[in-house]
Design a protein around this ligand. Structure first.
Ligand code: FE
Ligand code: FE
Ligand code: ZN
Length: 293
């Protein structure tokens, strides 16, 4: 069975319990959350997040806690070698976040590798490696998944070679995995419609065993645009069939697939998109109906 879910909210008063309820309402058997607002680093103590109740509800549905993926906030930047405070905040936050994720009982933490800002790509790469080496410990049970990026601005991690290099140069590299975002790699120039070839490239350069999480998103822009604007499935430049093929690929059955497609008005599209993916059948009417709701 495909492991499929979406980004879910995590907010008072139900916190993680509410996240799991939301995921189940979409027909998901996986989910992704932030441990607090994605745009800042303020975090509640783990004890307040109702993780045990969330775990129990998942268990009742035959779902284990490793299917709850956590995404690090996008403002933390390990690649910043221009502003020391930004880098130090990233190191400090990431260290605490790994502990939080472990305390919650989750297994995978997704991280945008970083941006080099006004420095060079190489300097940014060096800084990320330095950061990962400061952060990762032998005792970590959580796998930190570096996300493939679109290459917008000075983002690092928009080629498989860059991801490979970061992994190779990190001391506790066994603590690292990869999150493949279909919108991002399309925007970076990879051809998602030729998915077998894409996986072959991934396997040769990074190794398929590193692939733990996938973000399933269509893209508003043409291949290579380096924009990173997610589209609903079948409404972008990748197309539904290519994404459905990726989701059901026989070599990726163990990989957790997470939708990060945009809401339509006040409505989450995830129940519809998950149903479409399960059936491998695009349904433009169902998405249209949400627009007019
Ligand atoms: Fe991301
Ligand atoms: Fe993503
Ligand atoms: Zn994105």
């Amino acid at each position: 069975m495909v492991i499929l879910g979406s980004h879910c909210s995590m907010k008072a008063p139900k916190f993680l319990l509410g996240s799991v309820e939301e995921a189940l309402s979409y027909g998901s058997n996986a989910l992704m959350i932030y441990t607090g607002p994605p745009q800042n680093t303020l975090r509640k103590p783990v004890e307040a997040l109702r993780a045990d109740e969330a775990k129990e509800l998942l268990r009742k549905h035959g779902i284990t806690m490793d299917k709850m993926v956590v995404h690090a906030p996008y403002i933390i930047n390990l690649g910043n070698c221009v502003r020391q405070e930004t880098y130090e905040l990233a190191v400090d936050f990431l260290r605490k976040e790994l502990d939080r994720v472990q305390a919650i009982g989750a297994k995978y933490l997704v991280l945008h590798p970083g941006s080099y800002t006004t420095a060079t790509l190489e300097e940014g790469m060096d800084q990320i490696v330095k950061g990962l080496n400061e952060v990762l410990c032998e005792k970590d049970e959580v796998i930190l998944c570096l996300e493939t990026m679109a290459g917008k601005g000075s983002e690092i991690g928009f080629t498989f070679e860059q991801i490979r290099s970061l992994i190779d140069r990190t001391n506790y590299s066994e603590k690292l995995g990869v999150c493949l975002d279909t919108c991002h790699i399309h925007d970076a120039g990879y051809d998602v419609s030729d998915f077998d070839h894409l996986l072959q490239q991934f396997d040769e350069i990074i190794g398929l065993d590193r692939l733990k999480v996938m973000h399933i998103n269509d893209s508003k822009n043409i291949r290579g645009a380096k924009k990173d604007r997610h589209a609903n499935l079948g409404e972008g430049q990748i197309g539904f069939d290519a994404l459905a093929k990726a989701v059901h690929h026989e070599k990726l059955q163990h990989v957790i697939k997470i939708l990060e497609t945009p809401w339509i008005g006040d409505h989450a599209p995830y129940a519809i998109e998950i149903d479409m993916l399960k059936r491998s059948q695009y349904d433009a009417h169902a998405l249209d109906a949400l627009k007019n709701k």
